[in-house]
Design a protein around this ligand. Structure first.
Ligand code: S3P
Length: 427
């Protein structure tokens, strides 16, 4: 499928965006191993999250997906899952494979996980190595570096571990394994990452101690099923926040967006660049903060993004490259090597496609440099089958003179089904 977009002068109106992807994955996994019923509201019914749903169903979880994006799970407790009869297919979802590998390491059965071409290229050593230190029995290509992965569930031992990369997926995989370990598993992060797992474990009454320097989980305690209200995904809202920031005379409101401080890096950076963003109707639901965000166009200036800022806006960095083309001066992103091991190499992809559109952007080993402002021209762009590249280029297309064609745009459904319709509401 091709997404064809033309220049658009401004965005105006009110929208909602679909539920948060990270929280949706976690709600299914934790709901499946909790005791009693978990009801999920505003679940993200997207390809990635449906892969997690299919996997936990294949593991024996009883799940009903309602028409209104609600989900009901009848959890049977920590040891309620069963050996799957077939290979678990995670599709394109890194979150699914990494989180489930952690969960499956502590079960009393055997399972195999595989995914698409992109998944089979993504680094798995980062989870396999610490899980093996816990005593997990995991195999994969190149000694566990790449999927397919097979896991023979085992009795695991507590681990004190400092993550070599700031990754919420790795942290979560270890926390899930830790739920099956008698004794305390302690995890330290090089930089704080999104903490949705910890927040959900808290409302499910896990034995968890969180301090600024480490997270400790005491395993063996059953989780309690609960109601989970999922806020709108700030990573999906980000495309419209960014578009309103760079299209003159724009003013939009996005309702009920998750504003967990481990995810709001995009808001902080855009504010620093000059965007006017107001946070209204702040409230906490299911231990997660949400608010309405009002965004208004303003003149922007370049900004420096360093390693310590990266985890809080990792998925929004391709979009920042687009915004930076409209900012006065230089924008430098450093310490973002992780972008090279996402669904595609997101540094290479954005540099190549924005150059086609006329941007002044240079590749760095660990990020990129953009000099702005520059006018953009419509072009025929590759999405590299990466949802975040496709949507970031869609924002660039709204700025560009003439027509932009984004190839293989169906990948948008990985995280944001209905992206095009939502955009239409604001045009
Ligand atoms: C995610 C964490 C991030 C992010 C991904 C979702 C999660 O990955 O890029 O889209 O749900 O935990 P890393 O934790 O590997 O950086």
């Amino acid at each position: 499928m091709e997404l064809v977009l033309e220049k658009n002068n401004k965005l105006r109106g009110n929208i909602f965006v679909p539920g948060d992807k990270s929280i949706s994955h976690r709600s299914l996994i934790l709901g499946s191993i909790a005791q009693g019923e978990t009801r999920i509201y505003n679940f993200l019914n997207s390809l990635d999250c449906l892969k997690t749903l299919e996997c936990v169903q294949a593991l024996g979880a009883e799940i009903e997906l309602g028409k209104d994006n609600s989900v009901k799970i009848k959890g049977e407790g920590l040891y309620g899952l069963q050996e799957p009869k077939d290979i678990l297919d995670v599709g394109n979802s890194g979150t699914t494979i990494r989180l489930l590998t952690g969960l499956l390491s502590g079960q009393n059965f055997y399972s195999v996980l595989n995914g698409d071409v992109s998944i089979r290229k993504r680094p798995m050593k980062r989870i396999v190595e610490p899980l093996r230190l816990m005593g997990a029995d995991i195999w994969g290509r190149k000694d566990g570096q790449f999927a397919p992965l097979s896991v023979r569930g085992n009795k695991l031992n507590p681990l004190h571990y400092t993550l070599p990369v700031a990754s919420a997926q790795v942290k979560t995989a270890l926390l899930l394994a830790g739920l099956y370990i008698t004794g305390g598993t302690i995890i330290k992060e090089p930089l704080p990452t999104r903490d949705h797992t910890e927040k959900m474990l808290e409302i499910m009454q896990a034995d968890l101690k969180i301090s600024p320097s480490e997270i400790k989980v005491m395993g063996g305690k059953e989780l309690r099923g609960t109601d989970i209200f999922i806020p709108g995904d700030i990573s999906s809202a980000a495309y419209f926040i960014a578009a309103a920031s760079i299209l003159k005379d724009s003013q939009i409101t996005i309702r009920q967006v998750g504003v967990n401080p481990t995810r709001t890096g995009i808001i902080e950076i855009l504010k620093k660049m000059g965007t006017k963003i107001e946070t209204l109707n702040y409230q906490i639901k299911s231990n997660e903060p949400q608010a309405d965000l009002k965004i208004e166009y303003s003149k922007l200036k370049g900004v420096e993004i360093k390693k310590e800022n990266v985890p809080f806006l990792i998925d929004e960095l391709p979009l920042i490259a687009v915004v930076a083309t409209q900012a006065q001066g230089k924008t430098v992103v450093s310490g973002a090597r992780e972008l090279r091991v996402k669904e595609t190499d997101r540094i290479k992809a954005m540099v190549s496609e924005l150059k086609k559109m006329g941007a002044d952007i240079k590749e760095k080993e660990d990020g990129f440099i953009v000099n702005g402002p520059t006018g953009l021209q419509g072009a025929v762009c590759e999405s590299y089958n990466d949802h975040r590249i496709a949507m970031s280029l869609a924002v660039a297309a709204l700025l560009a003179e003439g027509k932009t064609i984004i190839k293989n745009s169906e990948c948008i459904d990985i995280s944001f089904p209905g992206f095009g319709k939502t955009l239409q509401k604001l045009i």
